[in-house]
Structures are given as structure tokens and as C-alpha cells.
Design a protein around this ligand. Structure first.
Ligand SMILES: [Zn+2]
Length: 218
């Protein structure tokens, strides 16, 4: 559990931070986790966590749009929004934690520790530009949900899949408008999910079964 939480600290989209040059990076703590091929990852929304209902509506629309963009790419896994009272693999929540972090996601193996959450923070509203491209931010976060990482020197070892691509949605960008799924992202994730080997560059690949969790009872 501690490892998962520690790793989460790096899956943040931060304003004004330009780094990372690689397209697709894989691996968490020596293992590459991805979802079982052809599965559908359901998500719902903890609407009560949002202090502003109109922002909740906006965030939901943006997440649905981001999910649609990944789905259109036919990468091997689909995202689907379900009603809030239905079972889902993960939840979209809003957290009142102030700071530079805009959003946080999770890797596939997080389902072993309970229902994962895709979190948006106040900075997603307050920082100029990010609110306007929340779809792009969610595309990046759903990339993490698919098992992708960005280059980060503090992270555990990771390996590169495919060619270096400065336009990848998994980079950090100074301009929030630049967060968008590149055609090459789709191709590489498709290839990654279609790959049937058990290892890649020395790391073992584990296919994670999706888990649909009961909605919380209020
Ligand atoms: Zn990230």
C-alpha cells in the first residue's frame, strides 16, 4: 500500500513544469501493469465531493470527452461512464487540497488496494489555461490509468516503449493547451496492449483484471 501511495505523488500534472521527452514509459516498481486486453473500465462520479455543482458537470463532461478520445483510438481497453449508483472500477472525485497539483490518477494495479480515484483539485479551476483544457489533463490522467508513466527522475525504474515523442500526452507541458493525445500515443498504446510477450526490456508484464466496486452508501 505504501508503495502505491508514494508513487501517486508523481502522477500529477503541475503547472509550469516542462520536462520529459519520451513518448510512452511503462513500469511501476519493477513490473509493467496493464489491464486485461479488451476489458471495459467503468467509472462513476462522487458528485457530492464537488463544492460547485456546475464545475462537477463540467469536469464530468471533460472526463467523458477524454475517455471518448482514448476509446476512439481503439487501444485495446475501453472506458465507460456508468451511473453513480452503479458499480465501477474507479470514481472521479474532487478534493479540497490547495497546491499546484491539478489532478491525480492511479495505475492498473491500484485496484488491489480498494477502489481507485481519479482526483481533481482546486488548481484545476484556478490556474489559467488548465480549466480550459481539462479534457487534455484528463487524457493525460487516463494515460496513467492505462499504465503509462512519464519520465521522472524520482520514479522507480521504467522502460521505454516506442519512439521518443515530444508531443505525447504523457509529457509535461508549459502550455496546458498542448495536453492532447497524439496519433503516436494511440498507436503505441495499441501495440503495447496487443503485445503478447511476458516481459518487456527486463520487466515482467502483468495483466490486471478490472474490479467493479460497489458505490459508497451515504
Ligand atoms: Zn502525469
Amino acid at each position: 500500500m505504501a508503495t502505491i501511495i508514494a508513487s501517486h505523488q508523481h502522477w500529477e500534472a503541475k503547472a509550469g513544469l516542462l520536462e520529459s521527452i519520451y513518448s510512452i514509459r511503462l513500469g511501476h516498481c519493477g513490473t509493467i501493469y496493464r489491464w486485461k486486453s479488451k476489458c471495459t473500465i467503468a467509472f462513476n462520479v462522487d458528485r457530492r465531493s464537488f463544492s460547485d455543482d456546475s464545475y462537477a458537470t463540467y469536469a464530468i463532461e471533460c472526463l467523458e470527452a477524454a475517455a471518448h478520445l482514448w476509446n476512439e483510438g481503439d487501444v485495446g481497453v475501453q472506458f465507460e461512464r456508468v451511473a453513480d449508483h452503479e458499480r465501477a472500477t474507479f470514481r472521479l472525485v474532487y478534493e479540497h487540497q490547495h497546491g499546484a497539483t491539478i489532478a491525480k490518477a492511479f495505475p492498473p494495479n491500484a485496484v488491489a488496494y480498494g477502489q481507485p480515484r481519479l482526483i481533481v483539485f482546486p488548481a484545476s479551476i484556478g490556474q489559467t489555461g488548465y480549466c480550459d483544457n481539462l479534457v487534455g489533463v484528463f487524457c493525460h490522467e487516463l494515460g496513467h490509468v492505462l499504465g503509462l508513466r512519464h519520465e521522472h527522475k524520482e520514479d522507480a525504474p521504467s522502460v521505454l516503449w516506442g519512439e521518443a515523442n515530444p508531443l505525447s500526452v504523457m509529457n509535461y507541458f508549459n502550455d496546458p493547451k498542448q495536453f492532447k493525445i497524439d496519433d503516436n500515443d494511440l498507436k503505441e498504446v495499441r501495440d503495447f496492449y496487443a503485445y503478447r510477450g511476458t516481459h518487456w526490456m527486463g520487466l515482467s508484464i502483468v495483466d490486471v483484471d478490472f474490479v467493479d466496486f460497489d458505490p459508497p452508501s451515504y
